[in-house]
Design a protein around this ligand. Sequence first.
Ligand SMILES: Cc1cc2nc3c(=O)[nH]c(=O)nc-3n(C[C@H](O)[C@H](O)[C@H](O)COP(=O)(O)OP(=O)(O)OC[C@H]3O[C@@H](n4cnc5c(N)ncnc54)[C@H](O)[C@@H]3O)c2cc1C
Length: 370
Amino acid sequence: MPARVTVVGGGVLALLTAVECVLDGHRVTVVAEGPGPDAGAGRAGPNRILRALHPADPGATAAALRAHHRWIELEDLLLTRFYERVGALTVLPPAAAAAGAALLRTAGGTARELTAAGLSARYPHLNATGGLGAVLEEEAGVLLAGRALAACTGWLRWQRDVELVEHRAVTAVDAGSGTVRLADGRVLHGDAVLLAAGPRSRKLLPPEVAGRATLYRQSFLHCRVPRQQARAWAATPAVALATTGAVRLVPPVAGAGLRLTSAAARRVVDGITDHTTGAHWQRVLEREFADVLPGFGPAWVTAAEDAYSTDFTPDGGPPTAELGAAGYACAADGGRSFGLAPLLARSLADRLTGPAAPSAAPVPQFAPTG
Ligand SMILES: Cc1cc2nc3c(=O)[nH]c(=O)nc-3n(C[C@H](O)[C@H](O)[C@H](O)COP(=O)(O)OP(=O)(O)OC[C@H]3O[C@@H](n4cnc5c(N)ncnc54)[C@H](O)[C@@H]3O)c2cc1C
């Protein structure tokens, strides 16, 4: 028996859950405040890193590998290429690099282990001093978020049992009765509701669930690499420095610039205000990346921006919350949700459209953020 599912949001979790529900034969209404595909919703730049290796975490590594394969299937389903497999490099102390490569191979992935000498020979424009090693995942890389979401929306528009309600804000969600109220007064009724409105979901959540959601603000820098390094950067994978906290470099891909961010520029805040990066936070990032990128300085920076994310489980666990008998909310986690979204979407579709059968896809667990 087909279910009627209402999905609130126009980001990756809303759209991919809608796709999964439709593939299972259900009727879906998607309500988004903006236009359907909304890669800018979280304002984290146009591209996202997808890497499988989560050092010392076999569960998260296996989940990220499954997500990688599902993104490739989605490219075929949606008839669009949006996964640039430029590779992903995780820089670690040498012993951790050996363990990480073994972990990835055991999970079924491929890994190339790089020594400190190999790392600096291959990427002289990255300053990995201190005898560090690395794991290179040649099949991982960067998701072109806007293109992926546009492909989802285009596909959904052609499906018979889908209604896309765009440019309409949701003002209230009652998951118990399956009711969603829109700003224009319209009320939608369904069998199940997914609240996937990103960081702004908090104001639509029941207080006891909203109280568990931590809101973060994170600064990042858009950069133009020096002309003489352009060729080197064109062959640079996405980079995660696991040695200095969560430092992330999204390489220049598909016309976008280099994007830099770090856990050092992430802080807990009370509410969503503007997206302007203050001078203090820009300097925090500039100092951090001066140690990572030889020659880096303010002249590289073309723009700085702040983005918001939420987390139900800063200490690890599923990034979802049950809302009554027939509703779920998902957190817009700050570092991994986009890459893992196909798995989250699959498990949410199973839960929204039927009793959580033992065969239902498990909700991926997130390791503590850091
Ligand atoms: C700085 C930063 C870097 C990141 N880097 C990565 C990365 O490299 N890899 C990765 O996997 N993940 C990364 N992420 C995380 C990832 O981008 C987000 O977690 C993910 O995009 C969240 O998707 P979402 O669908 O939950 O929410 P969003 O993308 O925030 O979408 C929410 C949607 O809900 C809509 N909406 C809001 N309120 C309402 C309302 N009242 N009514 C109707 N619609 C509404 C919005 O318009 C929007 O369409 C990063 C996040 C940040 C902040």
